[in-house]
Design a protein around this ligand. Structure first.
Ligand code: HPA
Length: 271
């Protein structure tokens, strides 16, 4: 009988092998595009739907294409979320497959709500640190010794060198880039106003339902991470309007041009 770790490693390797079969020279830099951001960073490269990659979870949420495009960098257009019901291993399987394919730098993007009114919808925020309130961790269970250590350090999860590069890229691209702490919550219901007040007191600047599992899995595997939130709305209680996924997607469309320029400038700097 295979252990759970062996079964999961086989799934990761099968996914990586299918990707390598299609893209023999896989880039060292990968980007994950979150809700509504799936049209950013067109590379002109060939693409492979996630549905053709064995064991890749398929996004089922509006605003996520579910396509891998490979040009100068690897662009994962759309992701799966824990709230969709996927187990954590499945949520982070694409990240582990990339690590297997030799990806050294991962740039993660997401849509997030602002926890204080000084951070406005339409702005971009460089994630400096996170608070994991998902109630789950992708590394729970037997450690994947072949991938990384039992107790990985997260004291600089968001790579300081990449953060400096992102700040310089933002100046070059003339994009305003705020900085802050991202709190990951389980969703899929949006937060209550009381929860948002708690998050603000806890030191969060933005709140969302993704990213943290991928960042933990990437750091476990030794992949450097940068992450950028597209602020799509004022979180619950900060505005009179009810929150909707449509508003989130609408604001990402507004911010997509700036994010595209920022990512291109950052990728040039990573080289
Ligand atoms: N809360 C949680 N996740 C989100 C939000 C929000 O306000 N906006 C976009 N993703």
């Amino acid at each position: 009988m295979q252990s759970l770790v062996e079964t999961e490693l086989a799934a990761i390797d099968a996914a990586a092998a299918a990707i390598r079969g299609r893209f023999p020279a896989f880039p060292r830099v990968a980007v994950v595009l979150g809700s509504g951001l799936g049209d950013v960073l067109k590379t002109g490269g060939a693409s492979l739907p996630y549905s053709e990659i064995p064991h890749f979870p398929k996004p089922r949420v509006a605003g996520h294409h579910g396509v891998l495009e490979v040009g100068e960098v690897a662009v994962f257009r759309g992701r799966c979320h824990y709230y969709e019901g996927h187990p954590m291993e499945a949520v982070v399987r694409p990240v582990r497959a990339m690590a297997r394919l030799g990806v050294e730098t991962l740039i993660v993007t997401n849509a997030a709500g602002s926890v204080h009114a000084a951070l406005r919808p339409g702005e971009l925020m460089l994630i400096e640190d996170h608070i994991n309130l998902l109630g789950a961790n992708p590394l729970r269970g037997d450690n994947f010794d072949g991938l990384g250590p039992r107790f990985p350090d997260l004291s600089a999860a968001y790579d300081p060198g990449l953060r400096r590069a992102a700040a310089a890229a933002a100046r070059e691209a003339k994009v305003r880039l705020r900085r802050g702490v991202y709190a990951a919550v389980g969703g899929p219901s949006y937060e209550t106003p009381a929860e948002i007040r708690m998050l603000r007191r806890a030191g969060a600047d933005a709140v969302g339902m993704s990213t943290v599992p991928e960042v933990i899995a990437a750091r476990h595997a030794g992949v450097r991470v940068a992450a950028i939130s597209c602020i799509t709305n004022l979180a619950a209680g900060l505005s009179k309007e009810p929150l909707t996924h449509e508003e989130v997607l609408e604001t990402t469309r507004r911010a997509a041009g700036g994010l595209d320029r920022l990512l291109r400038a950052l990728i040039r700097r990573i080289g």
